[in-house]
Design a protein around this ligand. Structure first.
Ligand SMILES: C[S@@+](CC[C@H](N)C(=O)[O-])C[C@H]1O[C@@H](n2cnc3c(N)ncnc32)[C@H](O)[C@@H]1O
Length: 217
């Protein structure tokens, strides 16, 4: 099957910028007190459900994977970009990172207690969100938890240059209402939603949505 252009462009883009990206977003830096609070709440839910297994899809250089691991969550990462995976493996040799795409996860049905998509669905065009959210629902066990983070907005941001490299990288800013609707259509039940104002050099609000796969669905 031919690979979708957005997957190829995203992989190539991250492969080019991996080194600079990791320098800009250091290993244990997590996204301010409110982002950290949502990750910590997610970790508490997971620990209450036995501690794992959890997968971070779009784990990048592993900074958030490492943070959740430090909180006692049993997890691994999946990423599209071999260069990002190499950084993650170097930064966290104690954790497992596999190559793959959230559009077709190589995981059995109902096999996860939790799934984290931290600023990674932003690289999937909204028209492909239904298939991605269906994958998230498929791989989570009934009762399993989902945490999704993204920048809020309605116009995609397209980068043709990043850190001095020519790339074709789309960052889809998303509507919390539309993502909520998509998750509910895929069968999720919403638990919490936090939208915070931009801070530092951020240009737009940031959203964190927490949901679960119902025990009966
Ligand atoms: C903005 S980075 C976030 C990385 C990490 N979650 C963090 O916060 O540090 C987005 C990551 O998602 C990965 N990614 C994008 N689309 C993906 C897909 N379809 N499947 C798996 N990973 C993907 C990229 O390669 C990149 O490493």
């Amino acid at each position: 099957m031919t690979e979708a252009t957005f997957l190829r462009d995203t992989r190539e883009g991250y492969d080019k910028i991996a080194g600079d990206y990791a320098e800009r977003f250091p290993t244990m830096l997590v996204d301010g007190p409110l982002g950290t609070a949502m990750l910590t709440a997610f970790a508490e839910l997971i620990k209450g459900a036995g501690g794992g297994p959890v997968v971070e899809v779009g784990s990048g250089a592993g900074r958030v994977t490492g943070f959740l691991h430090s909180l006692g969550v049993r997890l691994s990462g999946i990423d599209l970009s071999p260069a990002m995976l190499a950084l993650a493996r170097r930064n966290h040799p104690e954790l497992r990172f596999d190559e793959g795409s959230m559009t077709a996860l190589d995981l059995p049905d109902g096999s996860l207690t939790g799934l984290l998509a931290w600023y990674s669905v932003i690289h999937v065009p909204p028209e492909s969100h239904p298939e991605v959210f269906a994958e998230f629902h498929r791989v989570l066990a009934p009762g399993g938890h989902l945490l999704v983070a993204f920048q809020v907005g309605d116009a995609p941001l397209r980068f043709t240059e990043a850190f001095g490299h020519t790339v074709s990288l789309d960052f889809h800013r998303l509507s919390p209402d539309r993502v909520t609707e998509g998750l509910e259509k895929a069968g999720f039940r919403m638990d919490a939603r936090l939208v915070r104002e931009p801070s530092g050099d951020e240009k737009v609000p940031q959203a964190y949505l927490l949901a679960h796969r119902p025990a009966d669905g």
